[in-house]
Design a protein around this ligand. Structure first.
Ligand SMILES: Cc1cc2nc3c(=O)[nH]c(=O)nc-3n(C[C@H](O)[C@H](O)[C@H](O)COP(=O)(O)OP(=O)(O)OC[C@H]3O[C@@H](n4cnc5c(N)ncnc54)[C@H](O)[C@@H]3O)c2cc1C
Ligand code: SF4
Length: 511
């Protein structure tokens, strides 16, 4: 009996569950789908990275003596859609069984489940054991806790995997979390490590030519193209990060600097999300760096928390709440996404810089995503679905399971407090403290009402004022309302008028 082993575009791991027990007659099915590359207009770098990584992975499977049916984008028979390509493969190979690792995104699971009902092929969907907390385990954890907070989930994960854990069960160094040491603003004279740029082989060159030809209308610059496209190269990236960058990761994790998109971040999310790197190996290598005295505890713990804590927690939340989660818009945000998210043409230096990084690298680091582009969208009340579509399109690491809870939940508070206990709303003062952006901006972060006032400031107060009914009972924000009340009626009125003017300027492309 012929069995199809289906590998989706983010399942490029040789030890993935769908390949376990593969028999000689089975064949691996992979396809490049126009529908997937265009359902949101993905950044050309992301498309090139994905296609080149898929083609490299397929070649490795062939070298390992597996039979592979690989359908390229420009194959004349390629219908470009998931279900029809799957049906065609089943028909042409007379396969009776399909084995697949659970898709990372809900819509694919739905498609597979309905195919299982409608067609006479047997479909086996296996757990994705590359994640460190299975979906059923997360659901169980959620049932046992009244409030789902990442910090407590993370501690359990540390215990489960014995990461940064002493023999007596206590956290290494005595604390679970060293975030207090990880919020330093940028200081002058910081030197940032060089990043690796990988040689382009003939596969990558062919893909770049294809992407240039077919997707040049999408937002973002295709070249220079610096990505690793196979596991060997991704491991080089990881080792380089651990040796050269990790020691300073923690201290300046929240800092932002003009002209410096990467600072001390790892740049590994794309490799992790596509399967070229695995979360446990990364955490273990980082821990090893601490144990051998090569990196301090605040950096190593902070980094491990992102992967063992945040990444797994975010995935758990997605599967716990889908499909309802996708439609949430707790604050009823409705403003259209301003054009400057695509053009970088705005007087607000912080936004322009974040959009430029995004355009050039298909990357911007977490604090820019959360506290600049995300924060502005939150304060201005931009429509949740439109903001989400932007985040899904522009980053090379964007997949719905991780993008959605981060955007809808963490950045926009669209889930009303499932991911974070309070909105990540901040005024220009925060951005001024954590970056050197404001010194290059024509607005003044210390002003709220005047002509030169930083738009984030009036929008910040207006955000809390207009959402008072929904936020006033949030235990983590009452100090905001105490200060707001102290302003008195006249000042409140001026601030709200200023906010209205800012939103008008935004709509008329004058901001
Ligand atoms: C609005 C918004 C949208 C985001 N969209 C995505 C997305 O589509 N894909 C994505 O992988 N991450 C997303 N993130 C999370 C985070 O910003 C990126 O993982 C990180 O910037 C990737 O860069 P890095 O590899 O240099 O990360 P580092 O700062 O070096 O962190 C190390 C790793 O920790 C993990 N991590 C850190 N924070 C998170 C988080 N909040 N959620 C999940 N994993 C995390 C990532 O795997 C990352 O590679 C988003 C965050 C925000 C605020
Ligand atoms: S002054 Fe305001 S708009 Fe300008 S960079 Fe600072 S925070 Fe951004």
């Amino acid at each position: 009996m012929t069995t199809i082993r289906l590998i989706l575009c983010d399942q490029l791991s040789h030890n993935i569950s769908s390949l376990k027990g593969i028999a000689k007659n089975d064949f691996v099915l992979m396809f490049e789908l126009m529908q997937e590359l265009t359902y949101v207009k993905h950044h050309p770098k992301k498309i090139a990275f994905t296609l080149s990584s898929m083609r490299h992975f397929a070649n490795e499977l062939v070298k390992n003596k597996h039979k592979v049916r690989y359908i390229e984008l420009e194959d004349p028979a390629n219908s470009g859609a998931f279900v029809t390509e799957l049906q065609r493969a089943i028909k042409e190979t007379s396969a009776k069984r399909l084995v697949v690792t659970e898709p990372s995104e809900y819509r694919f699971l739905e498609l597979l489940q309905s195919m299982a009902i409608e067609s006479d092929i047997e479909i086996e969907i296996r757990h994705d054991d590359r994640f460190l907390c299975s979906i059923p385990d997360f659901k169980l954890w959620a049932q046992q806790h009244k409030q789902l907070r990442m910090e407590y989930f993370y501690r359990e994960m540390r215990r489960r995997y014995k990461i940064l854990l002493e023999q007596d069960g206590k956290p290494t160094g005595g604390e679970w979390n060293y975030d207090k040491q990880n919020r330093k603003p940028p200081t002058k004279g910081l030197i940032f490590p060089k990043r690796i740029s990988h040689q382009k082989d003939s596969i990558t060159k062919a893909v770049l030519e294809l992407v240039h030809r077919k997707f040049s209308q999408h937002f973002g610059r295709l070249e220079p193209f610096h990505f690793a496209v196979n596991r060997e190269q991704a491991l080089i990236e990881l080792d380089h990060f651990i040796a050269e960058v990790l020691p300073d990761f923690g201290t300046y994790q929240d800092a932002m600097i003009a002209g410096e998109p990467f600072l001390y971040h790892s740049l590994i999310s794309s490799y992790l999300n596509i399967g070229l790197l695995l979360p446990l190996e990364i955490c273990q290598k980082a821990e090893q760096a601490y144990r051998t005295g090569k990196a301090p505890l605040n950096s190593v713990e902070g980094f491990i928390r992102q992967i063992l804590g945040w990444r797994e927690f975010i995935r758990g939340i997605y599967w716990l709440h889908m499909p309802k989660y996708a439609a949430m818009n707790f604050l009823d945000s409705k403003q259209p996404l301003p054009e400057f998210y695509w053009t970088a043409e705005t007087k607000m230096f912080c936004i322009a810089e974040a959009v430029r990084h995004t355009r050039d690298y298909a990357y911007s680091h977490h604090i820019q995503r959360l506290m600049v582009t995300g924060n502005f969208a939150l304060l201005a009340g931009i429509d949740v679905a439109q903001v989400q579509e932007w985040y899904l399109a522009v980053y090379s690491d964007a997949y719905e399971w991780v993008e959605m809870p981060n955007t809808l939940g963490m950045a926009l508070f669209g889930d009303g407090g499932i991911v974070g206990s309070k909105p990540y709303a901040a005024s220009g003062k925060y951005i001024n403290k954590m970056s050197n952006f404001c010194s290059k901006c024509q607005f003044d972060p210390n002003e709220t009402i005047g002509d030169n006032a930083c738009p984030f400031n009036a929008l910040y107060w207006d955000f809390f004022a207009r959402n008072k009914n929904k936020l006033k009972n949030n235990a983590r924000v009452p100090f905001v309302y105490t200060t707001w009340e102290k302003f008195g009626e006249q000042k409140q009125k001026s601030i709200r008028e200023k906010a209205v003017q800012i939103l008008l300027d935004m709509q008329e492309a004058k901001l």
